[in-house]
Write a protein that binds this ligand. Structure first.
Ligand SMILES: Nc1ncnc2c1ncn2[C@@H]1O[C@H](COP(=O)(O)OP(=O)(O)OP(=O)(O)O)[C@@H](O)[C@H]1O
Ligand SMILES: Nc1nc2c(ncn2[C@@H]2O[C@H](COP(=O)(O)O)[C@@H](O)[C@H]2O)c(=O)[nH]1
Length: 211
């Protein structure tokens, strides 16, 4: 009930439509969204999620994630601070209301990088984002990318590959996503992502120019 009320407040603010990027771990979501935010730094803002997983080398608290303990995360969830949350590969993840609000307050397009549980939960709110699925060319390519990234233990990698099969099936459900991008050649995929968002990008640019 409260979640719906809060979401309605978001919609009523009538800023640009948020964007949800989802798809299997290792498909290339962060790679693509980093390119997008580099090219359009005054157009997009990243919704910084909370997670209980440890930071990877190069990741920064408050920029990539808010790294918290299970106790802190659970307390936030119980307090109603999150729009959605999920358990993924042995860790908790969630989008706080503040994370989205911070971006929307700047009139930027808010990008959420979330798993399929997050997509299902966001669909129950009035956030009304554009849903984009980033898919790998195949499970074999995905495994190679995840192994080459060298961020996962063998156990975590196997969990992520298992989840990936479910995520790949989910993307085929009618109406699950507005756009599906198979991330094979990075520049091609990036072009498709940019095209899919061009209308929203131009809206924000226009608003920024007139203010
Ligand atoms: N088109 C591509 N061709 C080759 N390698 C790619 C391509 N896109 C991404 N990669 C590489 O694949 C790996 C996984 O990409 P990335 O970390 O962006 O995936 P992700 O979907 O954000 O994963 P996670 O959900 O686990 O954060 C990275 O090492 C990245 O450099
Ligand atoms: N439901 C949510 N999923 C999230 C959130 N933040 C990230 N994610 C997804 O988790 C997996 C793993 O991410 P990683 O950084 O550990 O590789 C990936 O699919 C992300 O999209 C969130 O707030 N909610």
């Amino acid at each position: 009930m409260y979640m719906r009320y809060f979401s309605r407040v978001f919609s009523a603010m009538a800023g640009p439509r948020p964007v949800v990027l989802s798809g299997p771990s290792g498909a290339g979501k962060s790679t693509l969204l980093k390119k997008l935010m580099k090219e359009y730094d005054s157009v997009f803002g990243f919704s910084v999620s909370h997670t209980t997983r440890n930071p990877r080398p190069g990741e920064e608290n408050g920029r990539d994630y808010h790294y918290v303990t299970r106790e802190v995360m659970q307390a936030g969830i119980d307090n109603g601070d999150f729009i959605e949350n999920a358990e993924f590969s042995g860790n908790m993840y969630g989008t706080s209301k503040a994370a989205v609000q911070d971006v929307q307050a700047k009139n930027l397009i808010c990008i959420l990088d979330i798993d399929m549980q997050g997509v299902r939960n966001i669909k129950r709110t009035d956030l009304n984002p554009i849903y984009i699925s980033i898919q790998p060319p195949s499970l074999e390519v995905l495994e190679k990318r995840l192994r080459d990234r060298k961020t996962e233990s063998e156990e975590s990698l196997q969990r992520r590959l298992h989840a990936a099969k479910v995520e790949m099936e989910f993307s085929k459900e009618p109406g699950a996503f507005d756009v599906i991008i198979v991330n094979d050649v990075l520049e091609d995929s990036y072009g498709q992502l940019r095209n899919a968002l061009l209308e929203e990008i131009n809206k924000v640019k226009k608003i920024n120019m007139s203010s």
